[in-house]
Design a binder for this molecule. Structure first.
Ligand code: ASP
Length: 338
């Protein structure tokens, strides 16, 4: 089986510098030794090192598109794909790629590490071996974008970084993993849930002005208005619980309604890791529901943000935004949330 590896940066290939960790390890040489030890034929593996390699904290939608371009350029040369990526924004990238690659037809598996390769305490070798194995085993089973970390393979648009230090650094709070490692690996039944309606001929990702704003007890209408000025192209408000906002705060729900009136799609997400947003379930969200705010269902913040960026890049306008946010494009939202 042929595998293409796209290396984007991240701790996995970092070295010490006077100012902290930076990309710089010999990833190509390290991978060659790992594959030799696993008796994998190196002629079946192709490798791209993106330039520049980045700390994924610096990733933008332009970097998502660079990854997509590399995967598409190698599509016919490989059966499965692995993307080596920093952990900080890996779940944003994996969600973003899931929307843009619904027509790709081959598995793509992201992974990274909490410690750089070559360190005795590193999880790099285990994660890369797991991702290669996941990518190969996915052929014929799962052809979307996945994320392997620790002992689990997750759907790339259902996963969040949940720990800055644990070897099980990712979790998918609203859906079960696709598989877990072990002897043998166990594949869960819900893989079909990764299906969505797809998107034909996606336009490239471009950067758009999307505001992500947290509610917090005591937030005022003036503060919220300031955060929405000048008007962004879309806003994601991270509310409480099932999408609740402090409606007794004078003028606060009017600020949200005014932004909607100005043509800004306002998506209401939840600060709960495991959430199903149900606008209008409580009276506190009734006014914004009636004003046209869009609930994010059970999507992760990463899947929600990447989807907003995807829809803006496709030129979807405010009138169609709500419909698309609640439609499963690549399995990112559960049917019960639709
Ligand atoms: N800051 C690093 C990055 O996201 C963290 C990591 O890779 O674990 O690139």
């Amino acid at each position: 089986m042929r595998i293409h590896i796209t290396y984007t940066g991240g701790t996995i290939g970092m070295v010490e510098s006077p100012h902290g960790l930076v990309p710089g390890a010999d990833m190509r040489g390290w991978l060659r030794r790992l594959l030799d030890d696993a008796h994998m034929d190196p002629s079946l593996i192709s490798f791209t090192e993106l330039n520049p390699l980045i700390d994924s904290s610096n990733a933008t939608p332009d970097n998502w598109q660079t990854m997509i371009d590399d995967l598409r350029a190698h599509r016919d040369e490989a059966d499965a794909f692995v993307v080596l990526h920093g952990t900080d924004t890996m779940s944003y990238s994996s969600a973003a790629l899931s929307y843009a690659l619904t027509d790709f037809g081959k598995p793509v598996v992201f992974t990274g590490a909490q410690h750089p390769l070559g360190k005795i305490e590193s999880d790099a070798a285990a994660n890369v071996a797991g991702a290669l194995n996941a990518a190969m085993q996915s052929v014929g089973r799962f052809h979307g974008v996945g994320l392997f970390f620790g002992q689990h393979l997750f759907a790339g648009n259902r996963v969040s970084k949940s720990s800055s230090w644990a070897f099980e650094g990712f979790s998918s709070p609203s859906s079960e993993p696709l598989a877990r490692t072990g002897t043998p690996w166990h594949w869960y039944a819900g893989i079909a849930a990764a299906d969505g309606c797809g998107w034909r001929d996606p336009k490239p990702y471009a950067r758009h002005d999307v505001a992500v704003i947290d509610m917090a007890p005591g937030i005022t209408a003036a503060r919220l208005e300031a955060m929405l000025t000048p008007r962004p192209e879309a806003a994601i408000l991270r509310a409480y619980g099932v999408g609740d906002v402090p409606s007794d705060e004078p003028g606060l729900t009017d600020v949200i309604a005014d932004a909607l009136c100005d043509g800004v799609p306002v998506v209401i997400a939840s600060q709960c890791q495991q959430a199903e947003v149900l606008l209008g379930h409580y009276e506190v969200s009734d006014a914004i529901a009636r004003a046209g705010a869009i609930g994010s269902g059970d999507m992760t913040l990463e899947a929600t943000y990447a989807k907003v960026m995807f829809l803006l890049s496709q030129g979807v306008d405010a009138a169609d935004f709500g419909r698309w946010m609640s439609t499963s494009i690549a399995g990112e939202i559960s049917p019960r949330s639709l």
